[in-house]
Design a binder for this molecule. Structure first.
Ligand SMILES: [Zn+2]
Length: 322
């Protein structure tokens, strides 16, 4: 019964992927004639925070759609046939790259082959500033949690928009400069605020390893228990080791993420309790998706501010003095 189910599920996945790729192939290869007039370009972004970046740099001249809504996990996201059609009709596709959208790489490749400009917003990050892990030195895709690296992404988006829409280039340059200034202030603010947590307790424990760049940028020790992608499950040994560390250093809170199941963090909390220490579960951090549109957490700047504030409240309970 379960084998039959697995077989059918696999078959459905293969058929789904085939249909998605056919939708890409069926479109003719684009000519090189300029398609964008005074109306400005249509941009499709994979994630909500990339869409937010495109809106900030593009302003009213661009129409931006995000494929993934609030709470959607980009590591597991598969493009539907409708998504692929939307991507195929865009003047520019913006994606994270570094295998963030692990299940979309074939679709993105096909789009490039068809002449739809596809740009990885992380392509301008200097290779020396990427964090690598594992035997193959796989780069960690979560660069947006270091605001200074997201500033590189803003420049990449400015250049990509200017290439597909040269008539709008001056506007993109002006808006990008203003946004870069805002991001520079945000970067300094995050660093200053987190210094209030004593170094011994400045440890961020989360379900999946999304905060390595955040930790490096803002001097926070980071322990994820699920690896860089959410595809792999946390092992019992990982949970035991992190539980030991939390109990030993009396770290007051651990954190869940809006796009990842809280199950792993709940079992970690139980393991810490079994060691005679009470650890709280802090507010949900936004790791791989923004919050709802219209809320503070619905923008990139708001997401970073929310995470910093949630970490401060969790690790400095009762507003203790540093
Ligand atoms: Zn992630």
């Amino acid at each position: 019964m379960s084998r039959l189910f697995l077989f059918l599920a696999a078959l459905a996945a293969v058929i789904g992927m085939g249909a998605a790729l056919r939708a890409v192939r069926s479109g003719a290869t684009r000519g090189t004639e300029p398609r964008i007039g005074a109306r400005g370009p249509d941009v499709v972004a994979t994630t909500s925070f990339i869409a937010d970046l495109a809106r900030n740099v593009g302003g009213e001249r661009v129409r931006v759609t995000a494929l993934m809504g609030p709470g959607v996990d980009p590591h597991l996201f598969k493009a539907s046939e409708g998504d692929v059609t939307r991507l195929g009709e865009a003047d520019l596709t913006l994606y994270g790259g570094l295998h963030l959208e692990g299940r979309m790489s074939e679709v993105l490749e096909r789009l490039s082959e068809r002449g739809v400009p596809c740009v990885a917003v992380t392509s301008g990050v200097p290779p020396g500033r990427l964090i690598r892990s594992g035997p193959g030195g796989t780069p960690d895709p979560h660069v947006w949690h270091d605001v200074s690296l997201w500033m590189e992404a803003a420049r990449t988006v400015r250049d990509a928009l200017s290439r597909v829409d040269p008539a709008g280039a001056d506007g993109y340059a002006t808006r990008c400069e203003a946004y870069l200034a805002e991001l520079a202030r945000l970067d300094a603010e995050a660093r200053d605020r987190l210094r209030a947590v004593p170094r011994e307790r400045r440890v961020l424990v989360t379900a999946h390893d999304a905060f390595a760049y955040f930790g490096r940028a803002y001097d926070v020790e980071v322990r994820g228990i699920q690896g860089i992608s959410t595809v792999a499950e946390a092992g019992v040994r990982d949970i035991r080791e992190v539980a030991d560390l939390i109990a030993r250093r009396r770290i007051p809170a651990i954190f869940v993420e809006s796009s990842v199941s809280p199950r792993v963090i709940e079992s970690l909390q139980a393991a810490v309790q079994a060691r005679g220490f009470e650890v709280a579960i802090g507010e949900a951090l936004l790791s791989d998706a923004l919050g709802d549109p219209g809320t503070q957490e619905g923008t990139y700047v708001g997401m970073i501010r929310h995470n910093v504030a949630a970490i401060l409240r969790g690790l400095r309970p009762g507003g203790e003095d540093p």
